[in-house]
Design a protein around this ligand. Structure first.
Ligand SMILES: *[C@@H]1O[C@H](CO)[C@@H](O)[C@H](O)[C@H]1NC(C)=O
Ligand SMILES: *[C@@H]1O[C@H](CO)[C@@H](O)[C@H](O)[C@H]1NC(C)=O
Ligand SMILES: *[C@@H]1O[C@H](CO)[C@@H](O)[C@H](O)[C@H]1NC(C)=O
Ligand SMILES: *[C@@H]1O[C@H](CO)[C@@H](O)[C@H](O)[C@H]1NC(C)=O
Ligand SMILES: *[C@@H]1O[C@H](CO)[C@@H](O)[C@H](O)[C@H]1NC(C)=O
Ligand SMILES: *[C@@H]1O[C@H](CO)[C@@H](O)[C@H](O)[C@H]1NC(C)=O
Ligand SMILES: *[C@@H]1O[C@H](CO)[C@@H](O)[C@H](O)[C@H]1NC(C)=O
Ligand SMILES: *[C@@H]1O[C@H](CO)[C@@H](O)[C@H](O)[C@H]1NC(C)=O
Length: 511
């Protein structure tokens, strides 16, 4: 009731503005003050738990200096980001090697651990990890709608060092002809890169490695983890401990998009604002295609057996393709509809990376990373034109690997890790959280299928916020669902993402 009262008051402020001031509960100044208090509560407690002695990382190999980035000279950034290193490194030591990947490495901030190394990759396939850096978990942010770059209070450099990598070949500034056929090729490119990287930045050898990524990186990261555990124990001088995948491509499109789509629309009925006849049509299709009671019948804890495919196949027929139907209807009602965060409406925010949501945005040219001064500051090739997501097919003949939640790859990577987190934003429509639940309940790891006990509501307690979704841990796997977050969890729910990463890395005991 109290919440409703406040909302009603806010509405009153907006609609009555100048007149009838006596009807308001709060003045604008009071509302601002309340927001400030909430934002302060939301801020990270400082200092966070210290992991190692604070000292600067220095690299003794003279080659490292070629990659040094002066943090006080990054274009448009009006504060010192601190030292970092970036540039292109080949994926093998072969003299004729033409394939090079672009990286940007940040050492830990003053609170961060010197014993660890976080690896971050975005997905796509073909989307640049510089998106993660600038808009998700890097030390400075220039996110959608922001007038200028700001320090990122929730930077993962507060936890440890972090390496952003543009991969596979064909992505961002990376060089060479795209040639990966499957996830093993991708993993071997990344490991090849790492081996060359560690020759130059050899002070990082032996660190604990935490792999992380989002979206299509739900393919990359589990395969990469498995590849490292099984194939690179002698060649890669890093100690892989665990991994993070968020809003991940770990299951088939049928599971991640179609089965949960209508229930998702029903849950967020007021956000989609569909007319009643369309809602009825969705219900009819959902009934016919076996989606309606799927969750109630099969998403049980523990599962009753392997989860069936509603139509007996993973192929999506046109008649049962509710996801596309919903998307088409959503843009009719709201042409600014953002599949990555369903709450967006007009105006579409400007974005220095040119990709603020479902649609490109052309208010800024060149894009930030396509500016010559930016390229020069970070040792990027000036003759390459940069786009957040590449137009080139980075898998020229498609990706022959199956989603890792369907073939034991994810399970095996979990079993070999100290901890794994699978994270899903609840306001993401491109990959739906309930799809992650289905994948988990149909997967066998640590000798059992799925979670044995239910995921409790309000079980994810975020410091400074309170309950903000769910979390559940069994046999080394922790699953999170984050309320209010779209597809990019560190961008849309940075406080929650930071806490999850603290847990993954063993810096806090509770999820
Ligand atoms: C985290 O890092 C950011 C950016 O370097 C900094 O502004 C912030 O104060 C740090 N927070 C904590 C708690 O150390
Ligand atoms: C780390 O390096 C910076 C810049 O060179 C310097 O200002 C700072 O004092 C150094 N910190 C430590 C703990 O050595
Ligand atoms: C480099 O040379 C080796 C041996 O001649 C050959 O097998 C390989 O395909 C070449 N690699 C590239 C990237 O051209
Ligand atoms: C190890 O490498 C081989 C050869 O490339 C590959 O067939 C295999 O799938 C890799 N193993 C893992 C677990 O990735
Ligand atoms: C779904 O379950 C409800 C309640 O058991 C039932 O009334 C309904 O007919 C079922 N719908 C379909 C399509 O199976
Ligand atoms: C569950 O796993 C089994 C065995 O791998 C598979 O045949 C089935 O299609 C999966 N179910 C779903 C809904 O993906
Ligand atoms: C209801 O929505 C559907 C799907 O977008 C559309 O085809 C139909 O014209 C709409 N009806 C009305 C009255 O707007
Ligand atoms: C950019 O320049 C580099 C070095 O001169 C060259 O190897 C590369 O092929 C060029 N790339 C493009 C896209 O022109």
């Amino acid at each position: 009731m109290k919440v409703l009262g406040t909302l009603a008051a806010l509405a009153a402020v907006c609609s009555l503005s100048a007149q009838n001031a006596a009807a308001r509960h709060f003045t604008k100044a009071q509302i601002r003050a309340k927001q400030e208090v909430a934002a302060k509560r939301f801020a990270l407690p400082a200092p966070i738990e210290k992991r190692a002695a604070v000292k600067n990382i220095t690299f003794s190999n003279p080659l490292a200096s070629q990659f040094y980035v002066d943090g006080s000279k990054i274009p448009e950034v009006d504060f010192d980001v601190g030292p970092s290193w970036s540039g292109l490194i080949p994926i093998s030591s072969a003299k004729n090697e033409t394939r090079k990947l672009f990286f940007w490495f940040f050492p830990p901030g003053p609170q961060g651990s010197l014993d660890d190394l976080i690896f971050w990759t975005n997905g796509g396939p073909g989307c640049s990890s510089l998106e993660g850096l600038l808009q998700e978990n890097g030390p400075f942010s220039w996110s959608l709608g922001q007038a200028k770059p700001t320090p990122n209070e929730f930077s993962w450099t507060n936890l440890s060092s972090i390496l952003f990598l543009e991969q596979p070949v064909g992505t961002g500034f990376s060089q060479g002809t795209p040639d990966v056929r499957n996830e093993i090729d991708v993993a071997s490119q990344i490991v090849g890169f790492f081996e060359q990287f560690l020759e130059i930045f050899s002070e990082l050898k032996g660190k604990n490695l935490w792999l992380s990524g989002e979206s299509y990186a739900g393919m990359y990261v589990p395969y990469l983890a498995n590849y490292i555990y099984e194939n690179a124990t002698t060649t890669l001088d890093l100690s892989l401990k665990g991994f993070w995948v968020s809003d991940p491509s770990i299951g088939t499109d049928l599971v991640m998009e179609e089965i949960p789509a209508v229930r998702f629309v029903q849950k967020y009925e007021n956000v989609f604002a569909f007319n009643q006849s369309f809602m009825n049509e969705l219900q009819t299709i959902s009934d016919k295609c076996g989606y309606t009671n799927y969750t109630d019948e099969h998403l049980t804890y523990p599962p009753k057996g392997l989860l069936p495919l509603p139509g007996g196949t993973t192929r999506i027929t046109d008649a049962c393709d509710v996801w596309d139907l919903i998307f088409d209807a959503a843009v009719v009602v709201n042409p600014a509809f953002n599949i990555y965060r369903i709450f967006d409406t007009f105006p579409i925010l400007w974005d220095v990376l040119g990709f603020p949501g479902s649609f490109p945005q052309i208010q800024v040219s060149p894009l930030y990373f396509d500016r010559q001064d930016v390229k020069e500051a970070i040792h990027a090739p000036v003759n390459v034109s940069w786009a957040e997501c590449s137009d080139i097919r980075v898998f020229p003949h498609g990706d022959a690997s199956a989603p890792p939640g369907t073939n034991g790859v994810l399970a095996s990577a979990i079993e070999k890790s100290e901890r794994t987190v699978i994270v899903h934003g609840l306001a993401d429509f491109i990959l739906i959280a309930e799809g992650s639940r289905i994948v988990i309940q149909n997967m066998t790891w640590g000798g059992k299928q799925g979670f044995q006990t239910p995921i409790e509501p309000d079980s994810f307690i975020v410091d400074g916020v309170g309950a903000l979704g769910t979390t559940h841990t069994e046999r080394g796997l922790t699953f999170y669902e984050v309320e209010l977050s779209g597809h990019m969890v560190p961008q849309f729910s940075p406080r929650a993402a930071f806490q999850i990463m603290q847990f993954l890395m063993g810096f806090r005991k509770t999820p």
